[in-house]
Ligand binder design. Structure first.
Ligand SMILES: *[C@@H]1O[C@H](CO)[C@@H](O)[C@H](O)[C@H]1NC(C)=O
Ligand SMILES: *[C@@H]1O[C@H](CO)[C@@H](O)[C@H](O)[C@H]1NC(C)=O
Ligand SMILES: *[C@@H]1O[C@H](CO)[C@@H](O)[C@H](O)[C@H]1NC(C)=O
Ligand SMILES: *[C@@H]1O[C@H](CO)[C@@H](O)[C@H](O)[C@H]1NC(C)=O
Ligand SMILES: *[C@@H]1O[C@H](CO)[C@@H](O)[C@H](O)[C@H]1NC(C)=O
Ligand SMILES: *[C@@H]1O[C@H](CO)[C@@H](O)[C@H](O)[C@H]1NC(C)=O
Ligand SMILES: *[C@@H]1O[C@H](CO)[C@@H](O)[C@H](O)[C@H]1NC(C)=O
Ligand SMILES: *[C@@H]1O[C@H](CO)[C@@H](O)[C@H](O)[C@H]1NC(C)=O
Ligand SMILES: *[C@@H]1O[C@H](CO)[C@@H](O)[C@H](O)[C@H]1NC(C)=O
Ligand SMILES: *[C@@H]1O[C@H](CO)[C@@H](O)[C@H](O)[C@H]1NC(C)=O
Length: 243
């Protein structure tokens, strides 16, 4: 049943940001690949104690740097880590030492999945222009956040739009995400044969087409049946008339 939802991938996502982590102990082998357009909104308190919202995009991979771990432990289980250090909206602050923001994703491989997202954090530096009370804040996974990124066997996971909710009502959005972890790929991009499991959102959308087609076919059957019955009734009447 699961395999019904596994679709063959379209190769290369030309318009997405591309993040990979190469296993330092086996060079040339990649344990995590993530393609996505990443954006988000953070909420913070300014110096007047008012809640402010700030929207950001990670839109230039060359100004962000990726680090990680292909083997560690997190939340008492085997884990892999992808850390994206970036400047929001490619802003490089002029004042002081510009520390980047850090988006950190933790993947696990328990519970029968070959990988699944188990945790994440976003470290935010408040530059002078933010007028924030704090210098920096680490937003963590919101309580009760639903984590959907997971796949079995050698599958990746993909979704047209997937959000991760953070504390204080902040979020990070991933558009057209394609991700694989606990992998041993010999290339820094997805192989042409890579298969992906889809998120619930996309499965639901792809269900709508067959439902519409089914409804149209059913409608057609009814119309044909009515036409047939009318035709037969008419033929009968004509039959009586000719007698
Ligand atoms: C992803 O970002 C690129 C440029 O950063 C843009 O051209 C592309 O349209 C975006 N794709 C989506 C699905 O938002
Ligand atoms: C920044 O905070 C100060 C109070 O510390 C306030 O007077 C000022 O208006 C704030 N500036 C902006 C741009 O919000
Ligand atoms: C903001 O709130 C803190 C504690 O909640 C308080 O100490 C501080 O004076 C407040 N600042 C302003 C500008 O209201
Ligand atoms: C990304 O940023 C760097 C440095 O700011 C710049 O040189 C490069 O052209 C940018 N790339 C894109 C695709 O905009
Ligand atoms: C990890 O294991 C230790 C000892 O078994 C336990 O005290 C701790 O609560 C566990 N932590 C988590 C996050 O499960
Ligand atoms: C942010 O990430 C960089 C590497 O990308 C790392 O050196 C730095 O320690 C991280 N900062 C924090 C506070 O975790
Ligand atoms: C990144 O996004 C910001 C805000 O949307 C935009 O102002 C900036 O031009 C973008 N930079 C690139 C290289 O696309
Ligand atoms: C998780 O991955 C580690 C190494 O990456 C492996 O040794 C372990 O067997 C895996 N665990 C499960 C339950 O598959
Ligand atoms: C925040 O940054 C300012 C200026 O860099 C520094 O003086 C202050 O000690 C910092 N505060 C905290 C809590 O780190
Ligand atoms: C990696 O993938 C790209 C694109 O599919 C391909 O052009 C390249 O030859 C591959 N490299 C290796 C080492 O297989």
């Amino acid at each position: 049943m699961k395999h019904l939802f596994v679709l063959l991938a379209l190769v290369g996502s030309a318009f997405s940001n591309h993040f990979t982590f190469e296993n330092p102990t086996t060079p040339g082998q990649y344990c995590i690949i993530l393609d996505a357009n990443v954006s988000g909104t953070i909420k913070y308190l300014d110096k007047l104690n008012k809640t402010q919202a700030y929207d950001f995009v990670i839109n230039n991979t060359s100004t962000s740097s990726v680090s990680g771990l292909c083997f560690t432990t997190h939340l008492n289980q085997t884990a892999e880590v992808l850390n994206i250090a970036f400047y929001p909206n490619d802003i490089t602050p002029h004042i002081g030492k510009p520390e980047p923001w850090n988006l950190t994703l933790y993947f696990g491989n328990q519970t029968g999945k070959s990988f699944e997202l188990i945790d994440y954090t976003l470290l935010v530096q408040f530059y002078e222009s933010f007028n924030a009370t704090a210098n920096s804040t680490t937003y963590t996974k919101a309580q009760g956040a639903e984590l959907e990124w997971a796949a079995e066997e050698k599958n990746g996971f993909k979704c047209s739009s997937s959000g991760l909710s953070l504390t204080d009502g902040s979020t990070v959005q991933f558009k057209d995400i394609k991700v694989v972890a606990f992998a041993m790929l010999n290339n820094d991009s997805f192989p042409e044969t890579q298969t992906f499991e889809q998120c619930k959102l996309d499965i639901r959308t792809s269900d709508i087409v067959p439902i519409i087609v089914g409804a149209c076919l059913a409608g057609l059957v009814v119309i044909v049946l009515i036409a047939y019955l009318i035709g037969r009734a008419r033929a009968k009447r004509q039959g009586y008339a000719s007698v």
